[in-house]
Design a binder for this molecule. Sequence first.
Ligand code: AMP
Ligand code: ZN
Length: 112
Amino acid sequence: MDCLFCKIAAGEIPSTKVYEDDTILAFRDINPQAPTHILVIPKVHIGSVAELTEAHAALVGHIFAVIPEIAAREGLTGGFRVVSNCGPDAGQSVPHLHFHILGGKELSLEMA
Ligand code: AMP
Ligand code: ZN
């Protein structure tokens, strides 16, 4: 599949990984909008939040169990933001489900 994040998940395109297991991968955003900016993706291709169904409950639950572990490891004691842009109006630029973890500074009400 011609999908950037599928290729990153497959190791065909390099990334700076911060977490990986059988089903998900987290890596540093190439264009960070905050001192800590990490993307968490499922390895399976899902286009966006708009494609999620009850069948993805365990996977999404797993992502949200790992996010606080990553935040703690990154030292985001002051808090952090989790964002998932969905579709063109939200400015989604990579059509593979991903959750941004942003932190390390006081965040504005913009995404970062
Ligand atoms: P979004 O605009 O919400 O779809 O987020 C896509 C994110 O992917 C942006 O923040 C980009 O900076 C990031 N990005 C694009 N290509 C790469 C890459 N090769 N490695 C890491 N992050 C990337
Ligand atoms: Zn994909």
